[in-house]
Design a protein around this ligand. Structure first.
Ligand code: DAH
Length: 339
């Protein structure tokens, strides 16, 4: 019996020493000391040991048990420490490494130009109004005095969805929508995306942006239009900027004009930017046509107004001296990062 116990103990200790992980240790513990374990079996067999030997055998079993438990505990601590060291080694962080910078986005040059435009007009008391990009023929053309046979309505220029529904070709339909609501006076701008069936090149794109302006009140004259746009040009392009109104034609304004500003690059002397003329065209404008007022439910004898339309990309290209509109749409980060 004694030898058997000694052998059992020796074997258990050898197994414990060669255990590779905590699971293996646990298995050994169960195999030896568990309910069905080897040592437990010896204890259960005590009834077959002659009574006079029992105390001695009992003591031996207890000693073996204590020895095994002690060894198990010792090995468990050793293993746990080893695992911890290994884990720490694996997870070591080099705190001296520089951090990874996350990429931060910033405003697109078109957006910056738009916000600058809005700021100038909001400062003059204008409200910013939104309008739909998918529009009725009625607002895009009819109420703006562009009759059925007008060349602008040609499918070559306009993306039609149905006969009456289209992608707006200009932001001017928002004028008609706001006038039709009948809340007077009106002082509003409406920036947004417009669509034309154009081929892409340095100055054209099937989708670009405009900013529409409309003022309706009693006693508005061309002088108000001139004063307003002059003020706008000075605030946006610089204090020294001069404006020039060139007669033009738009169906929804009468009289109509195109506005040039003195070239902000050369100050009017003539350079590559202004193609030697000293002037740069920036927008179209005019006094709202009485027929347009009437169609939108406003009495032209009582109320008058002016309107203007600015090409956003055009202004952005000028402001940042970019020579190809495609750069604004391609969104190459190497280009955008310069702004
Ligand atoms: N809608 C015109 C265009 O796309 C621009 C324009 C000109 C708007 C004169 C106006 C205006 O409001 O009065 O070419």
């Amino acid at each position: 019996m004694k030898e058997k116990l000694e052998a059992m103990k020796a074997e258990a200790i050898a197994r414990i020493e060669s255990a590779k992980d905590l699971d293996a240790l646990n298995e050994i513990k169960v195999a030896m000391l568990g309910k069905k374990g080897e040592l437990t079996a010896v204890l259960k067999g005590m009834k077959d040991v002659p009574p006079e030997e029992r105390p001695q055998v009992g003591q031996m079993v207890n000693e073996a048990r204590a020895a095994i438990e002690e060894k198990l505990e010792e090995e468990r601590t050793k293993l746990a420490r080893m695992l911890r060291t290994e884990k720490l080694k694996r997870e070591t962080i080099d705190v001296t490494l520089p951090g990874r910078r996350s990429l931060r986005g910033h405003r697109h040059p078109n957006q910056t130009a738009l916000e600058d435009l809005e700021r100038v007009f909001i400062g003059m008391g204008y409200e910013v109004v939104d309008g739909p990009e998918v529009e009725y023929d009625r607002y895009n053309f009819e109420l703006l005095n562009i009759p059925a046979n007008h060349p602008a309505k040609d499918e070559q220029d306009t993306f039609y969805i149905t006969k009456d529904i289209l992608l707006r070709t200009q932001t001017s339909p928002v004028q008609a929508r706001v006038m039709e609501q009948g809340k007077l006076p009106i002082r509003m701008i409406s920036p947004g995306r417009v669509f034309r069936s154009d081929e892409v090149d340095a100055t054209h794109s099937p989708s670009f942006h405009q900013l529409e302006g409309l003022v309706i009140d009693r006693g508005i004259t061309f002088a108000d239009l001139k004063g307003t746009l002059g003020q706008f040009a000075r605030e946006f392009f610089g204090e020294k900027t001069k404006v020039k109104f060139r007669p033009h034609h738009f169906p929804f304004t009468e009289p109509s004009a195109e506005v040039d500003i003195t070239c902000f690059k050369c100050g009017g002397k003539g350079c590559r930017m202004c193609k030697g003329s000293g002037w740069i065209e920036i927008l179209g404008c005019g006094m709202v046509h009485p027929h347009v007022l009437e169609m939108c439910g406003i009495d032209p004898k009582e109320y008058q107004g002016f309107a203007f339309g600015i090409g956003l990309e055009r202004v952005t290209l000028l402001k940042y001296e970019i020579d190809d509109m495609r750069l604004l749409y391609e969104n190459d980060v190497r280009f955008l990062n310069q702004f």
